[in-house]
Design a protein around this ligand. Structure first.
Ligand code: BDP
Length: 600
């Protein structure tokens, strides 16, 4: 799915800003009256989650639909074009209305959707745009959840993941136009032709709104100086680039792949034009190594969250650039989009600056044993008709399709993570994951795949790791296990990682390791929650990572403290950040800076 882009043939209007806002009723019904002009009494910024904007628990804890509304004018110059409303994210369900006419709906809170509204409004006209957004999670959604009705009649959203269920229009909304005949989709896959790594391959496939003769699709690859280095025609082909500049971690080089649809009687007349920033690089998993451009790559960095005070999960370019600066300061070369696809702007920035990304779906919480473990209750089976079932699996398939459709052309994305900490030791996991693995490989045969395994499913209990290319392990030795005893933790971590290496002979990335720490709490001894203990725990893990050959990466959990749902074992959120929520470094930052700034 192409991100809207202003080009010589396309225009784009941002609908970000202040929108009118209303709360829906306390059920799952859409209130059609809310698509009539709303009073401006409540107004919200877009993009932002709405929860922490107001000081009203009724809004923060609302379960169901809310309504966003604003007036929009279609530019008068768009006569004869096709125009679309595009919503970058509506968490978790969105319904779009143009002057009360229902236009489209979408489930999945972290991927975009759009609708052609050309037939509904004429160029030059103003219309009332309403977007209804529901935050409800059920066993049919990804991530899954359950709405509980309390004794006092109040509805409460339950879910199995640790981060707060922020909702709303957390990313941009656009009105954009394309010509009548237009480029619908482009897929770009790159590789290196030889082991010496000098000849780059760029394979492309273009889908147009109507079938065109070969000669009418022209594709040109420009280097960073603006020179054409390869050219071709037709909807699919393979370009070869001699002495290619490679996209390298920390040293990105971006070519521009320009696609043009030409008029039938003159090649000088361009009907549509679209450009894809293209990094030439190869990815391969070989034995226990992860090869980027033929060279073993060691991942250093973080599992992150899109999370900040007030705006919740709202995209904020200032926070984004600052986070990248902090990662660079530490010597981090990569991060994981835990636990959902991030705003596309984040991937564009990573492409431009050579930061490697593990791209994750929102399939988090597919494990009923974790919550049961916390409350000391007996866990129901995770995979059953009443719990994670065929409908969840359908939603998961859709989430994979949308993730790959959106992110397939980003050179920074080197690995698809299809789920976080599922119940991979329960029998139902095989039947659940087999079709998902197959689908992911069909959708993108060019990238390896993984899931994040959790501690309840060690090597002798996990049933699905053989289906994946890279083993990703989330491990909290020294925190949830052997708390305060780093000697025991070190031995146990080493034993466990050695076991995985012996059984699979595959590369291992430690996709989560870390400890909570309260900024400002200091201790001489190994006192959990102190800044020193967090640092010493990370150092302990690093000693083990260095001793196990298969370990090819480490992502600390988490980059920054983040908001969680109200729980007694969280104090104003999860405090495993190496930075506080407002991005002040804790002592652990020094440990990482020292370690990661030496070359890997
Ligand atoms: C892991 C989860 C992550 C949590 C983390 C923690 O993958 O989402 O936030 O534990 O407990 O199991 O801090």
């Amino acid at each position: 799915m192409l991100k809207p882009q202003p080009t010589a043939t396309r225009e784009l209007v941002s609908l970000d800003g202040i929108w009118n806002f209303a709360l829906g009723s306390h059920d799952d019904k859409i209130d059609i009256a809310c698509t009539q002009p709303l009073s401006p009494e409540l107004q919200v910024p877009v993009p932002a989650s709405y929860n922490d904007i107001f000081v009203d628990p009724k809004i923060r804890d609302h379960v169901g639909w809310v309504y966003y509304q604003r007036a929009v004018r279609v530019p008068r110059g768009w006569h004869g074009e096709k125009y679309f409303i595009r919503v970058d994210a509506a968490t978790h369900h969105g319904r779009v209305f143009v002057n009360s006419n229902f236009v489209t709906e979408h489930s999945g809170g972290y991927t975009p959707f759009e609708a052609d509204i050309t037939h509904l409004v004429a160029a030059g006209e103003e219309f009332c745009l309403t977007i209804a957004v529901s935050n409800v999670l059920t066993m049919d959604t990804i991530p899954p959840g359950r709405v509980e009705t309390l004794a006092n009649g109040k509805r409460k959203q339950q879910y199995q993941h640790d981060f707060y269920n922020y909702a709303g229009l957390a990313r941009s909304v656009w009105l954009y136009c394309v010509p009548q005949v237009y480029i619908r989709d482009v897929t770009v896959v790159t590789d290196l032709a030889d082991t010496s790594g000098t000849t780059g391959i760029v394979e492309y496939q273009v889908i147009t709104s109507e079938t065109l003769p070969h000669a009418r699709i022209r594709v040109s690859l420009f280097d960073e100086e603006g020179h054409i280095v390869a050219q071709s025609s037709g909807p699919q082909n393979r370009l070869q680039v001699e002495s290619a500049h490679l996209w390298q971690p920390g040293a990105a080089y971006l070519y521009q792949l320009q696609i043009e649809l030409l008029h039938d009687d003159s090649c000088d007349k361009v009907l549509d034009i679209y450009t894809i920033p293209t990094g030439i690089r190869s990815i391969k998993v070989s034995g226990m190594q992860f090869l980027l451009n033929g060279t073993p790559f060691y991942f250093t960095g973080f599992g992150k969250h899109e999370d900040s005070a007030i705006r919740g999960k709202g995209y904020d370019p200032a926070y984004m650039v600052h986070d990248f600066q902090l990662m660079k300061w530490l010597g981090a070369n990569s991060f994981r989009t835990s636990h959902y696809p991030y705003a596309e702007e984040v991937l564009e920035y990573a492409d431009r600056h050579g930061i490697v990304v593990i791209d994750e779906t929102a399939a988090v919480g597919l494990n009923l044993a974790i919550v049961a473990g916390i409350h000391g209750t007996k866990a129901p089976p995770t995979f059953s008709p009443e719990t994670i079932n065929d409908k969840t699996q359908d939603a998961h398939k859709q989430a994979l399709k949308e993730l790959i459709a959106r992110d397939k052309n980003h050179p920074c994305v080197v690995l698809w993570m299809i789920a976080n900490e599922p119940a991979s030791g329960e029998e139902g996991a095989i039947k659940y994951f087999e079709p998902l693995v197959k689908l992911t490989r069909e959708l993108d045969p060019s990238r390896p795949i993984c899931f994040a395994n959790m501690a309840f499913n060690p090597v002798n209990r996990d049933l699905i790791s053989d289906m994946f290319d890279v083993l990703c392990l989330n491990r909290y030795f020294g925190w949830y296990k052997h708390t305060g005893d780093l000697d025991m933790a070190e031995e146990a971590l080493h034993d466990e990682l050695s076991g995985w290496q012996r059984k699979f002979d595959k590369p291992i990335i430690i996709t989560e390791y870390g400890a909570d720490s309260l900024a400002g709490l200091h201790a001489v001894m190994d006192v959990p929650w102190s800044e020193e203990y967090q640092s010493r725990m990370l150092e302990m893990c690093h000693r083990v990572h260095d001793r196990v050959e298969a370990v090819i990466g480490e992502h600390v959990w988490n980059f920054a403290d983040f908001q969680t749902t109200s729980q007694i074992f969280r104090v104003d959120g999860n405090k495993k950040g190496v930075f506080t929520r407002d991005r002040k470094p804790k002592a652990a930052a020094r440990v990482l800076r020292e370690r990661w700034n030496k070359a890997y």
